[in-house]
Design a protein around this ligand. Structure first.
Ligand SMILES: [Zn+2]
Length: 321
Protein backbone atom coordinates (compact mmCIF):
# COMPACT_ATOMS: atom_id res chain seq x y z
CA UNK A 1 0.00 0.00 0.00
CA UNK A 2 2.64 2.40 1.19
CA UNK A 3 4.85 1.50 -1.75
CA UNK A 4 2.06 2.08 -4.29
CA UNK A 5 1.40 5.53 -2.81
CA UNK A 6 5.08 6.41 -3.08
CA UNK A 7 5.24 5.29 -6.69
CA UNK A 8 2.15 7.33 -7.50
CA UNK A 9 3.62 10.37 -5.76
CA UNK A 10 6.91 9.98 -7.61
CA UNK A 11 5.03 9.63 -10.88
CA UNK A 12 3.09 12.82 -10.20
CA UNK A 13 6.31 14.61 -9.28
CA UNK A 14 8.03 13.45 -12.48
CA UNK A 15 5.04 14.57 -14.54
CA UNK A 16 5.07 17.97 -12.84
CA UNK A 17 8.80 18.37 -13.51
CA UNK A 18 8.59 17.45 -17.19
CA UNK A 19 5.36 19.31 -17.98
CA UNK A 20 6.94 22.73 -18.54
CA UNK A 21 9.33 21.27 -21.13
CA UNK A 22 6.47 19.53 -22.97
CA UNK A 23 4.43 22.74 -23.02
CA UNK A 24 7.23 24.82 -24.57
CA UNK A 25 6.21 26.09 -27.98
CA UNK A 26 7.65 28.21 -30.75
CA UNK A 27 5.39 31.17 -31.52
CA UNK A 28 5.05 32.18 -35.17
CA UNK A 29 3.53 35.59 -35.95
CA UNK A 30 3.01 36.74 -39.56
CA UNK A 31 3.64 40.45 -40.19
CA UNK A 32 1.60 40.82 -43.36
CA UNK A 33 -0.02 43.70 -45.16
CA UNK A 34 -3.49 43.63 -43.58
CA UNK A 35 -4.43 42.34 -40.11
CA UNK A 36 -6.19 38.98 -40.19
CA UNK A 37 -5.60 38.38 -43.92
CA UNK A 38 -3.13 36.56 -46.20
CA UNK A 39 -2.11 39.06 -48.90
CA UNK A 40 0.03 38.98 -52.10
CA UNK A 41 3.20 40.50 -50.63
CA UNK A 42 3.14 38.59 -47.32
CA UNK A 43 6.46 36.89 -46.53
CA UNK A 44 7.53 38.22 -43.11
CA UNK A 45 7.25 35.93 -40.10
CA UNK A 46 8.49 36.36 -36.55
CA UNK A 47 9.61 33.15 -34.81
CA UNK A 48 9.84 33.40 -31.04
CA UNK A 49 11.84 30.65 -29.35
CA UNK A 50 10.65 29.48 -25.91
CA UNK A 51 13.85 31.12 -24.55
CA UNK A 52 12.60 34.54 -25.76
CA UNK A 53 14.83 34.88 -28.85
CA UNK A 54 12.91 36.65 -31.61
CA UNK A 55 13.80 35.99 -35.26
CA UNK A 56 12.46 38.01 -38.21
CA UNK A 57 12.40 36.03 -41.47
CA UNK A 58 12.33 37.91 -44.83
CA UNK A 59 10.87 41.27 -43.75
CA UNK A 60 9.99 42.10 -47.36
CA UNK A 61 7.61 44.97 -48.04
CA UNK A 62 4.90 44.41 -45.42
CA UNK A 63 6.97 45.31 -42.37
CA UNK A 64 6.58 49.09 -42.10
CA UNK A 65 10.28 49.80 -41.55
CA UNK A 66 12.14 49.68 -38.25
CA UNK A 67 9.44 51.66 -36.44
CA UNK A 68 6.70 49.10 -37.19
CA UNK A 69 5.18 48.65 -33.70
CA UNK A 70 4.57 44.93 -34.36
CA UNK A 71 8.30 44.18 -34.42
CA UNK A 72 9.22 44.58 -30.76
CA UNK A 73 12.64 43.18 -29.91
CA UNK A 74 14.36 41.52 -32.88
CA UNK A 75 17.48 39.49 -32.08
CA UNK A 76 18.08 37.97 -35.50
CA UNK A 77 17.11 38.93 -39.06
CA UNK A 78 17.13 36.20 -41.74
CA UNK A 79 17.17 37.01 -45.47
CA UNK A 80 16.76 34.04 -47.81
CA UNK A 81 17.89 36.03 -50.86
CA UNK A 82 18.20 39.59 -52.10
CA UNK A 83 15.08 40.03 -54.24
CA UNK A 84 13.07 43.13 -53.33
CA UNK A 85 10.04 41.28 -51.98
CA UNK A 86 12.29 39.45 -49.46
CA UNK A 87 15.05 41.86 -48.40
CA UNK A 88 12.57 44.72 -48.79
CA UNK A 89 13.49 47.32 -51.41
CA UNK A 90 10.40 49.30 -50.36
CA UNK A 91 7.67 48.98 -47.76
CA UNK A 92 4.36 50.27 -46.51
CA UNK A 93 4.09 53.47 -44.44
CA UNK A 94 2.41 51.66 -41.57
CA UNK A 95 0.65 48.33 -41.04
CA UNK A 96 -2.74 48.09 -42.80
CA UNK A 97 -2.04 50.88 -45.28
CA UNK A 98 -3.34 50.14 -48.76
CA UNK A 99 -5.56 47.13 -49.34
CA UNK A 100 -4.85 43.41 -49.50
CA UNK A 101 -5.14 43.42 -53.30
CA UNK A 102 -3.32 46.74 -53.72
CA UNK A 103 -0.67 46.96 -51.03
CA UNK A 104 1.01 50.22 -50.16
CA UNK A 105 4.72 49.95 -50.96
CA UNK A 106 5.36 53.66 -51.15
CA UNK A 107 8.39 54.00 -48.85
CA UNK A 108 11.71 53.26 -50.54
CA UNK A 109 14.29 51.38 -48.47
CA UNK A 110 17.06 51.80 -51.02
CA UNK A 111 20.02 51.66 -50.97
CA UNK A 112 19.88 49.83 -47.60
CA UNK A 113 16.89 47.44 -47.70
CA UNK A 114 14.18 47.05 -45.09
CA UNK A 115 16.20 44.18 -43.55
CA UNK A 116 19.28 46.35 -42.97
CA UNK A 117 17.30 49.30 -41.62
CA UNK A 118 15.52 47.04 -39.13
CA UNK A 119 18.77 45.33 -38.07
CA UNK A 120 20.45 48.72 -37.54
CA UNK A 121 17.60 50.04 -35.38
CA UNK A 122 17.15 46.83 -33.38
CA UNK A 123 20.89 46.02 -33.17
CA UNK A 124 20.00 42.57 -34.52
CA UNK A 125 22.33 39.98 -35.97
CA UNK A 126 21.78 39.31 -39.68
CA UNK A 127 22.39 35.61 -40.30
CA UNK A 128 22.70 34.65 -43.97
CA UNK A 129 24.38 32.09 -46.17
CA UNK A 130 26.01 31.98 -49.57
CA UNK A 131 27.94 35.24 -50.20
CA UNK A 132 25.41 37.61 -48.69
CA UNK A 133 27.16 38.23 -45.31
CA UNK A 134 29.80 40.52 -46.85
CA UNK A 135 27.07 42.65 -48.45
CA UNK A 136 25.21 43.00 -45.15
CA UNK A 137 28.43 43.71 -43.20
CA UNK A 138 29.27 46.51 -45.65
CA UNK A 139 25.78 48.03 -45.35
CA UNK A 140 25.89 47.88 -41.54
CA UNK A 141 29.33 49.52 -41.52
CA UNK A 142 28.31 52.22 -44.01
CA UNK A 143 25.43 53.19 -41.72
CA UNK A 144 27.37 53.30 -38.44
CA UNK A 145 26.39 49.79 -37.38
CA UNK A 146 28.61 46.92 -36.28
CA UNK A 147 29.69 44.83 -39.30
CA UNK A 148 30.38 41.83 -37.02
CA UNK A 149 26.61 41.60 -36.54
CA UNK A 150 26.48 40.07 -40.03
CA UNK A 151 27.02 36.35 -39.47
CA UNK A 152 27.70 33.61 -42.02
CA UNK A 153 26.03 30.20 -42.08
CA UNK A 154 26.92 28.55 -45.38
CA UNK A 155 25.51 25.30 -46.82
CA UNK A 156 26.50 22.27 -44.77
CA UNK A 157 27.39 24.09 -41.57
CA UNK A 158 25.36 25.86 -38.95
CA UNK A 159 25.68 28.57 -36.31
CA UNK A 160 23.90 28.76 -32.99
CA UNK A 161 22.76 32.28 -32.14
CA UNK A 162 20.88 33.01 -28.91
CA UNK A 163 20.05 29.33 -28.48
CA UNK A 164 18.69 28.72 -32.00
CA UNK A 165 20.70 26.63 -34.45
CA UNK A 166 20.59 28.16 -37.92
CA UNK A 167 21.60 26.37 -41.12
CA UNK A 168 21.10 27.36 -44.74
CA UNK A 169 20.04 24.92 -47.45
CA UNK A 170 19.88 25.16 -51.21
CA UNK A 171 17.09 27.01 -52.96
CA UNK A 172 16.76 26.58 -56.71
CA UNK A 173 16.23 30.23 -57.59
CA UNK A 174 18.27 33.31 -58.54
CA UNK A 175 19.83 35.94 -56.31
CA UNK A 176 20.80 38.97 -58.38
CA UNK A 177 21.51 42.13 -56.42
CA UNK A 178 19.61 45.16 -57.76
CA UNK A 179 22.23 47.73 -58.92
CA UNK A 180 20.34 50.36 -56.90
CA UNK A 181 21.95 48.75 -53.81
CA UNK A 182 25.33 49.57 -55.39
CA UNK A 183 24.60 53.05 -56.70
CA UNK A 184 27.12 55.46 -58.21
CA UNK A 185 28.51 55.15 -61.73
CA UNK A 186 28.96 51.39 -61.37
CA UNK A 187 25.36 50.86 -60.27
CA UNK A 188 24.13 53.09 -63.10
CA UNK A 189 26.21 51.28 -65.74
CA UNK A 190 25.04 47.88 -64.48
CA UNK A 191 21.44 49.00 -64.53
CA UNK A 192 21.76 50.24 -68.11
CA UNK A 193 23.31 46.92 -69.13
CA UNK A 194 20.61 44.93 -67.32
CA UNK A 195 23.12 43.16 -65.09
CA UNK A 196 22.62 42.39 -61.40
CA UNK A 197 25.32 42.16 -58.72
CA UNK A 198 26.57 38.74 -57.59
CA UNK A 199 26.03 37.79 -53.94
CA UNK A 200 26.06 34.03 -54.46
CA UNK A 201 23.22 31.53 -54.46
CA UNK A 202 19.73 31.98 -53.03
CA UNK A 203 19.06 29.99 -49.86
CA UNK A 204 16.47 28.42 -47.61
CA UNK A 205 16.88 27.95 -43.85
CA UNK A 206 16.61 25.13 -41.35
CA UNK A 207 16.12 26.33 -37.76
CA UNK A 208 16.37 24.18 -34.65
CA UNK A 209 14.68 25.85 -31.70
CA UNK A 210 15.49 25.21 -28.06
CA UNK A 211 12.36 23.07 -27.58
CA UNK A 212 13.63 20.70 -30.32
CA UNK A 213 11.34 21.90 -33.13
CA UNK A 214 13.05 21.84 -36.52
CA UNK A 215 11.58 24.18 -39.14
CA UNK A 216 12.39 24.44 -42.84
CA UNK A 217 11.86 27.87 -44.42
CA UNK A 218 11.90 27.21 -48.15
CA UNK A 219 12.72 30.72 -49.38
CA UNK A 220 11.99 31.06 -53.09
CA UNK A 221 12.72 27.70 -54.65
CA UNK A 222 11.77 25.08 -57.16
CA UNK A 223 11.67 21.38 -56.34
CA UNK A 224 15.12 20.17 -55.24
CA UNK A 225 16.48 16.74 -54.34
CA UNK A 226 17.92 18.34 -51.19
CA UNK A 227 14.41 18.74 -49.83
CA UNK A 228 14.43 14.96 -49.27
CA UNK A 229 18.15 14.25 -48.90
CA UNK A 230 19.04 17.15 -46.61
CA UNK A 231 15.90 18.75 -45.17
CA UNK A 232 14.12 15.49 -44.32
CA UNK A 233 16.82 12.80 -44.08
CA UNK A 234 19.42 14.87 -42.28
CA UNK A 235 17.58 17.66 -40.45
CA UNK A 236 14.21 15.91 -40.02
CA UNK A 237 12.17 19.12 -40.30
CA UNK A 238 8.70 18.90 -38.73
CA UNK A 239 7.37 22.32 -39.71
CA UNK A 240 7.68 23.76 -43.21
CA UNK A 241 7.12 27.32 -44.45
CA UNK A 242 6.44 26.67 -48.14
CA UNK A 243 6.23 29.05 -51.07
CA UNK A 244 3.21 28.36 -53.26
CA UNK A 245 3.04 31.38 -55.59
CA UNK A 246 3.92 29.78 -58.95
CA UNK A 247 5.74 31.54 -61.79
CA UNK A 248 8.70 32.63 -59.64
CA UNK A 249 8.74 29.56 -57.33
CA UNK A 250 6.90 26.30 -56.78
CA UNK A 251 3.18 26.64 -57.43
CA UNK A 252 0.50 24.82 -55.42
CA UNK A 253 0.98 21.46 -57.18
CA UNK A 254 4.79 21.51 -56.97
CA UNK A 255 4.71 22.74 -53.36
CA UNK A 256 2.31 19.91 -52.46
CA UNK A 257 4.73 17.40 -54.01
CA UNK A 258 7.56 18.87 -51.92
CA UNK A 259 5.72 18.54 -48.61
CA UNK A 260 3.91 15.24 -49.39
CA UNK A 261 6.75 13.28 -50.98
CA UNK A 262 10.04 14.96 -50.04
CA UNK A 263 9.99 16.70 -46.65
CA UNK A 264 6.90 15.04 -45.07
CA UNK A 265 6.54 17.41 -42.08
CA UNK A 266 3.78 17.37 -39.47
CA UNK A 267 2.51 20.81 -40.51
CA UNK A 268 2.97 23.45 -43.14
CA UNK A 269 2.57 27.22 -43.20
CA UNK A 270 1.73 28.46 -46.70
CA UNK A 271 3.71 31.49 -47.86
CA UNK A 272 4.46 33.76 -50.82
CA UNK A 273 1.11 33.14 -52.55
CA UNK A 274 1.28 36.31 -54.71
CA UNK A 275 -2.51 36.52 -54.58
CA UNK A 276 -5.26 37.65 -52.26
CA UNK A 277 -5.35 34.39 -50.32
CA UNK A 278 -8.14 35.20 -47.89
CA UNK A 279 -11.24 37.38 -47.54
CA UNK A 280 -12.36 38.21 -44.00
CA UNK A 281 -9.75 35.73 -42.80
CA UNK A 282 -11.22 32.79 -44.78
CA UNK A 283 -9.38 31.11 -47.64
CA UNK A 284 -10.76 32.38 -50.93
CA UNK A 285 -12.46 29.68 -53.07
CA UNK A 286 -10.52 29.02 -56.28
CA UNK A 287 -7.29 30.50 -54.89
CA UNK A 288 -3.84 28.93 -55.17
CA UNK A 289 -3.90 28.82 -51.37
CA UNK A 290 -7.02 26.63 -51.45
CA UNK A 291 -5.54 24.38 -54.16
CA UNK A 292 -2.41 23.86 -52.07
CA UNK A 293 -4.37 23.15 -48.88
CA UNK A 294 -6.44 20.50 -50.65
CA UNK A 295 -3.39 18.86 -52.23
CA UNK A 296 -1.25 18.68 -49.08
CA UNK A 297 -1.65 15.56 -46.94
CA UNK A 298 -0.85 17.32 -43.65
CA UNK A 299 -2.46 20.36 -41.99
CA UNK A 300 -1.70 23.61 -43.84
CA UNK A 301 -1.92 26.74 -41.71
CA UNK A 302 -2.60 30.11 -43.29
CA UNK A 303 -0.40 32.97 -42.06
CA UNK A 304 -3.08 35.51 -41.16
CA UNK A 305 -1.27 38.74 -40.38
CA UNK A 306 -0.92 39.38 -36.65
CA UNK A 307 -2.35 35.99 -35.61
CA UNK A 308 0.19 34.04 -33.55
CA UNK A 309 0.40 30.27 -34.03
CA UNK A 310 2.23 28.00 -31.61
CA UNK A 311 4.08 24.80 -32.53
CA UNK A 312 5.42 22.05 -30.30
CA UNK A 313 8.62 20.06 -30.82
CA UNK A 314 6.79 17.60 -33.08
CA UNK A 315 5.63 20.39 -35.40
CA UNK A 316 2.01 20.20 -34.28
CA UNK A 317 0.09 23.45 -33.96
CA UNK A 318 -1.06 23.68 -30.36
CA UNK A 319 -2.65 27.14 -30.41
CA UNK A 320 -3.75 29.88 -32.79
CA UNK A 321 -4.36 27.72 -35.89
ZN1 LIG B 1 13.01 35.72 -55.28
Amino acid sequence: MMRTTWIAALGALAAALTLPAVAQTVKVTPLGGIDGEFCPQDRALIFEDPNGTRILYDPGRTVAGASDPRLGKIDIVLVSHMHGDHAGNAHNKEPNSGSCAQPDMSVSAMPNSNAVNIALAKKSKIVTGSEMPAFFAAKLKANGGDPTNSILTRFGGSVTVSGVRIATVTAMHSNGLDPDYIGGDLGKAMKEAGIAGDVGLATGYVLRFSNGLVAYLSGDTGITADQELVVRNHYNAKLVVMNIGDGFTTGPAEAAYVVNELVKPASVIASHANEVGTASGKVRPGSKTETFMKAAKMPVHIPLSGKTMEFDAAGKCTAGC
